[in-house]
Design a protein around this ligand. Structure first.
Ligand code: ZN
Length: 318
């Protein structure tokens, strides 16, 4: 018996320059860098996690910054838009702030009953700010450069672009526990758990569209929330029974993960809420120094020499 998916845990994308990534997500968007570590599958590459003050599931955007990475291509079989949840009335603030930062920003628009703004990060990753009367649960820190009335509260939704509808829709509704809540033209909105921001997946059907290419400026995978290891194992069994090729449970230090590819080609992850980002450094110090999993700790000196030097927000780092 599976425990229903509660919503989005995190979205992971590829970046190029690590410093530009840090400067944009902390300096412009005002997220907190909650963990500075390496890609456990490729420890010569950083893995940055940004989120709310506590780094809670549902507020997390994570990046593998790969200097000199090829530029990705948005297309079918990808998460092509990642939405961020902001309080109602905050869009004008953001439009001005993003334009002042030099980011590419489009005209605000209305979709279903929401007002949103499309913009792009320094690697051309497509993002949206979406207003809500009940924005995500993110806690805004004292050190945030953004006023509480405007600060990002978490991930609002992801948009999957797919060639077809049926098989991905069936996975979402019949297996993962989402329900179809709205649709217009080629867009179908699914919500999990209590619904709303943080629990929304938009499926956009574009038959005949070229497949996307995952590289800099594109999403690598989206992770969904499950409370604990037991619930995750139940998901693993259920998905294998349905014929999915599911990875073993991977220890990601801050959560445990399983991965599988959905029928349209997007890499899905199911990640546990526990143990969270305070497992290896205190909440006050989150993200301020390079944390390594025990298996990589022996190679710390070599990794520190090899990883590009970065400067953290508000403090100099050699
Ligand atoms: Zn992940």
């Amino acid at each position: 018996m599976t425990t229903p998916i509660q919503g989005i845990h995190h979205v992971t994308a590829i970046a190029s320059d690590p410093q530009k990534n840090i400067d944009f997500y902390t300096g412009v968007l005002g997220l907190r860098l909650v963990k500075q570590t390496v890609n456990f599958d490729d420890p010569g590459t950083y893995h940055f996690y940004y989120g709310d003050e506590l780094g809670r599931p549902g507020t997390l955007l994570t990046f593998f910054p790969i200097p000199r990475a090829f530029q990705g291509q948005r297309g079918a079989g990808q998460v092509t838009v990642t939405g961020l949840s902001i309080p109602d009335g905050a869009l004008d603030y953001w439009r001005e702030r993003l334009e002042a930062s030099g980011a590419r920003v489009e005209e605000p628009f209305t979709r279903f009953d929401e007002t949103a703004l499309t913009f792009y990060d320094p690697d051309d990753l497509q993002l949206e700010l979406v207003e809500s009367k009940t924005p995500g649960p993110g806690v805004v820190g004292q050190a945030s450069p953004i006023p509480e009335s405007a600060a990002v509260r978490g991930v609002s939704h992801v948009q999957l672009q797919e060639e077809g509808y049926e098989r991905t829709a069936a996975l979402l509704t019949e297996t993962l526990g989402f329900r179809l809540t709205q649709s217009a033209d080629n867009r179908f909105r699914f919500e999990a758990g209590t619904g709303g921001h943080g629990a929304t997946v938009d499926l956009v059907c574009t038959p005949g569209a070229l497949p996307g290419r995952v590289a800099a400026g594109s999403v690598h995978h989206v992770a969904f929330r499950t409370p604990d290891d037991e619930a995750q194992l139940a998901w693993r069994r259920a998905l294998i029974e349905l014929g999915y090729n599911v990875s073993p449970v991977m220890d990601r230090q801050y959560f445990h993960s399983i991965y599988f590819r959905e029928p349209g080609g997007v890499l899905f992850e199911i990640a546990t809420d526990a143990p969270g980002f305070a497992v290896d450094e205190p909440v006050e110090a989150l993200g301020t120094s390079l944390r390594l999993p025990p298996a990589q700790e022996m190679a710390r000196a070599m990794l520190e020499r090899r990883l590009p030097k970065i400067t953290l927000p508000g403090r100099a780092n050699s």
